[in-house]
Design a protein around this ligand. Structure first.
Ligand code: PLP
Length: 295
């Protein structure tokens, strides 16, 4: 694995980056994270990721030890150490830190901050042009009264179990329902459908991550005059949709043409989905070019 890693302010390569086994992130899964990517070698939507990181940290009573500017410096230092010429993927992890074996947060005075920078590996052109198959799995999304999916938590067993089922079914992504049987989100992305020209996605109270790409896509849909709504969606809505797509930082706007044995719409990426993908990429290019000029 090729990566540069910043552990609590110190730079390492992938082989030598380590964290204590007494870190409560390792012992109890107590931690949160963010995933960013660059366009034009500039982190995209950094402010939004920082806002979500702080919200996630507050939900688990974790003090964030760095300012946004300090996070940006760590990201840039780590990108520079990595020395990649290509676009990069950055994962920021913040864990409870090292302490005695107790759930008492007071046992861990210092949170651990890790920044991992790798090359960004984009999904294949084929996936964007032909669309992907996802699997509607039996694993239920965490109940918001348990580990609330709005927290971007390092505690990812729910997501991993869902994805294991999707792998067994040959799917590129796992779509989960919530405890009420409504569609919620995928293991690493948010889900959208298009019906009669309108873009619909499950409401946050279905229990899902407030995806940065989800929000951005809702905004750009409005800008280009496509009606959007957050709605309660069920299996039938998906199977009867004209188009479907998933969104995430790394997959952008990815057309979904099959859900297990069900073909969606024409079985090819739809016009609304392709327009949103194109608009998304143009905006990402524009915004990062502008940000790079300010640096
Ligand atoms: C469970 C889940 N939902 C949605 C997303 C998409 O979020 P974003 O658009 O902020 O990358 C992710 C991304 O990792 C995720 O893990």
């Amino acid at each position: 694995m090729e990566a540069a890693v910043n552990v609590n302010g110190q730079l390492f390569d992938a082989r030598s980056a380590v964290i204590s086994v007494f870190d409560h992130g390792f012992l109890y899964g107590e931690g949160i994270y963010e995933t960013l990517r660059t366009y034009n070698r500039e982190p995209f939507l950094f402010d939004r990721h920082m806002r979500r990181l702080r919200n996630s940290a507050a939900r688990i009573e974790l003090r964030v030890p760095l300012s946004d500017a300090q996070f940006m410096t760590r990201i840039r230092d780590t990108m520079e150490a990595a020395g990649f010429q290509e676009e990069t993927y950055t994962r920021i992890l913040l864990t409870r830190g090292v302490g005695e074996l107790t759930y008492d947060p007071a046992a861990c005075p210092n949170a651990s901050v890790v920044v991992i920078v790798k090359r960004h590996v984009a999904p294949s052109t084929d996936a964007f042009e032909r669309g992907v198959m996802i699997s509607l799995v039996s694993v239920m999304r965490n109940h918001p009264g348990s580990v609330d999916p709005i927290i971007k938590s390092n505690n990812l067993l729910n997501n991993a179990l869902a994805m294991q089922e999707a792998f067994r079914n040959g799917g590129d992504e796992a779509l989960m329902r919530n405890y009420r049987g409504e569609l919620s989100e995928c293991s690493q992305s948010n889900v959208f459908i298009v019906k009669n020209g309108a873009v619909l996605t499950p409401r946050l109270d279905a229990g899902l991550l407030d995806g940065i790409t989800r929000d951005f896509v809702l905004e750009i849909s409005c800008e280009v005059g496509i009606p959007t709504a957050e709605a309660i969606l069920h299996d039938e809505d998906l199977f009867g949709a004209d188009e479907a797509f998933i969104t995430s930082t790394t997959r952008e706007v990815m057309p979904v043409v099959r859900v297990d044995a069900h073909s969606i719409g024409t079985g090819r990426p739809g016009l609304v989905t392709l327009k949103l993908l194109d608009t998304y990429r143009r905006k990402a290019d524009e915004l990062t070019r502008r940000a790079a000029q300010r640096v």
